[in-house]
Design a protein around this ligand. Sequence first.
Ligand SMILES: [Fe+2]
Length: 183
Amino acid sequence: MAILQLEDKTVLTNLKDIAQELASLNIQLNRWEIGDNPQLRRLLAQDSLNENEKEQILKALDGYFEQLQQTAGYQSRDLIVFHPGVANLDALLGKFDQIHIHADDEVRFIIDGEAIFGFVRPDGSQVELTVQPEEYINVPAGTEHWFYLTPARRVKAVRYFIGTEGWVPQYTDKKIRTRQAVI
Ligand SMILES: [Fe+2]
């Protein structure tokens, strides 16, 4: 279940309350089920995955991708796998842990582990949302946000793309005032 922390350290876990707090950002946060396919569950429990195993996972979850293709013109998907054993983990994460925007929506389906998205709301306030397995999030293009991992430093997430040319972080040089966990 998602967890939202406000700047005054208020913590919200009720999805309705969280949706209300995120409404001004037009963020979509939905529950997408993974199911209980034993082979899929076994792969998700692994730390690292080879390309063939990643593709097996993506294929098992492609029903969601097909929906996005049909309703919103999505064209590709991939799987990111972060865990403490990834050699260049800090470098990979370092691109996204400061406030930035993208020209395209940032669309993620968390399927293992967890991660934190921070957002700057239109009134300038900042919030941090912990996303967990079976949660789909769409962060609209142009939303000031940042991304990092919880202390477990473990997440698997499917990324969905309309195009990849917009997929460059543009830093807005604002300071993060709230941070739940040390990277
Ligand atoms: Fe981003």
